[in-house]
Design a binder for this molecule. Sequence first.
Ligand code: ATP
Ligand code: SKM
Ligand code: MG
Length: 172
Amino acid sequence: MESPKNRNIILIGFMGTGKSTVGQAIAETLNYQFVDTDALVEKKAGCAISEIFASQGEAHFRQLEHEVIKEILQNERLVVSTGGGSVLREDNCAVMLANGQVIALTADTDHIIQRVSQDPNRPLLQGNVEERVHTLMAQRKDAYQFADVTIDTTGVPVENIVRTIHEHHMKK
Ligand SMILES: Nc1ncnc2c1ncn2[C@@H]1O[C@H](COP(=O)(O)OP(=O)(O)OP(=O)(O)O)[C@@H](O)[C@H]1O
Ligand SMILES: O=C(O)C1=C[C@@H](O)[C@@H](O)[C@H](O)C1
Ligand SMILES: [Mg+2]
């Protein structure tokens, strides 16, 4: 039987590691469909993630995120960009590993801060962004380690990251 690792490419990583940017580019290269779990959660809820957090709380968001991940990974030939905190649930990690090649994108703290500072809409980064990034990255330091492949994107152009993912996906 074909390896489940051939089914999909699943990008995990902290906010700002480039999952959406890189994911769209690799999907184009492979002629796969690009999907973003944050966008699917917003569609399911009918409102923005910041509104879900504000009106129903993070736990409700995490439940919607879990449902979306389970549903979407029943398909094939997808590049899935996952929410930065989706890996906090072990059942999400198990579904990902069973349905595709899980690729973790990383970047150093300074680069993350620089990248996320351009977009003020992340509910978990309200207030002092630098402090929030340091705290969350420390809390999550081991959370992305279950990936099949880890790629450091610090100072690396998007096209190089796409090439590396392509090579890993071809030889998996
Ligand atoms: N390799 C890179 N080098 C420089 N800038 C990058 C790189 N990858 C992404 N960026 C920039 O960083 C910002 C965040 O990227 P992106 O939205 O793709 O991250 P993300 O992992 O999807 O974040 P989130 O988890 O919040 O959705 C964007 O402005 C993007 O252009
Ligand atoms: O890292 C996180 O916990 C999050 C990342 C974003 O992608 C969104 O899923 C949401 O803002 C939470
Ligand atoms: Mg994204």
